[in-house]
Design a protein around this ligand. Structure first.
Ligand SMILES: [Zn+2]
Length: 314
């Protein structure tokens, strides 16, 4: 059986694991990222890979990284939260670990794990949307991951949700990510705390009493209690998300939509209003088969499992 190493490089930690062909993690390691400097991060990727390769007979390495990864599956064309724009990460690592290395966008890696082993397994056409600090995505069509011509496909967080709206890190305004991410949830709560403090009292209380520092977790906790202001924060987010998903389905026609990322932990608080808007907004809803909107199943290692599996498919 062919084993592959997957490495998931996040903003604050690196997770690596040995993965078999069924997506099982045989051994995993976690390290805090030493710094934002690229040399230190490359050293750590090499160290965890070498440690795992010394104990397991592995054939390839897949690295899931935040940012725009070129279609060569090696170069970071544009780094987002790490300073490695222009870096040929695959080459920098493969020369030091003596294994073939491929680099994939982190959302693609995560999404591929869902498509192969998680909530979209058995489906040939799936849209996976990861909602955390931002909104990432992966697209599987006819059983293959869609990377696009330059490698930048499935950046679903940057479709327009509100023309001329909130500024986005990508340089545009009004992107879906500005209205349907964990960050956006915090903004919704902050706005209520500023302008309707009595209504948002429970959110403010759970944020430690400071109305200028509203925490996303406080909104989710209040929503679980049934607090109307917190539920409104989620309803507002779900409105943007549901419409965005309906727009994407008009183009992509997937069999299933998988919602992943930190905000997916809110479960039905997020999913129920999102499904309602999505099913109202989707085109040809009477004619098309229902497209289920479901939660991801991959768990904490999905990013590295997907990266490892993609590394086998050179
Ligand atoms: Zn954007």
């Amino acid at each position: 059986m062919s084993l592959s190493i997957g490495v998931d490089v996040g903003g604050t930690k690196i997770a690596a694991g040995v993965v078999d062909e069924e997506g099982n993690v045989l051994e995993a390691l976690r390290r805090s990222s030493p710094a934002k400097e690229r040399a230190a991060i490359i050293d750590m990727i090499v160290a965890v890979t070498a440690e795992l390769a010394a104990r397991h007979k592995t054939a390839s390495v897949g690295i899931g990284a935040a940012g725009f990864v070129s279609s060569d599956r090696s170069t970071i064309a544009h780094g987002t939260n790490l300073d490695w724009t222009g870096l040929n990460l695959g080459q920098a690592v493969s020369g030091r670990v003596d294994l073939p290395v491929v680099v994939e966008n982190d959302a693609n890696a995560f999404g591929w794990a869902e498509a192969r082993f998680g909530a979209a397994r058995g489906k040939k056409n799936a849209l996976i949307v990861a909602i955390g600090t931002g909104v990432g995505g992966a697209l599987v069509v006819d059983g293959r991951l869609v990377r696009g011509a330059a490698g930048f496909a499935a950046e679903v967080g940057h479709i327009t949700s509100v023309p001329g709206g909130r500024p986005c890190g990508c340089g545009r305004r009004g992107c879906l990510e500005r209205y349907a991410s964990g960050t956006a949830l915090g903004v919704n709560g902050w706005e209520l705390a500023q302008f309707r403090p009595a209504y948002a009292a429970r959110i403010i209380e759970l944020s430690g009493g400071d109305s200028s520092h509203i925490k996303g977790e406080a909104i989710t906790a209040a929503a679980r209690e049934g607090d109307p202001a917190a539920l409104q924060c989620y309803d507002d987010l779900a409105g943007h998300l549901g419409r965005g998903l309906a727009d994407l389905c008009a183009v992509l026609d997937p069999e299933v939509i998988v919602i992943a990322g930190g905000l997916a932990e809110a479960g039905d608080i997020l999913l129920a209003p999102t499904r309602e808007v999505f099913h109202t907004e989707i085109t040809a809803r009477r004619a098309r088969p229902e497209i289920p909107v479901v939660l991801a199943e991959g768990g904490q290692y999905a990013g590295l499992v997907g990266a490892a599996d993609l590394a086998r498919q050179v």
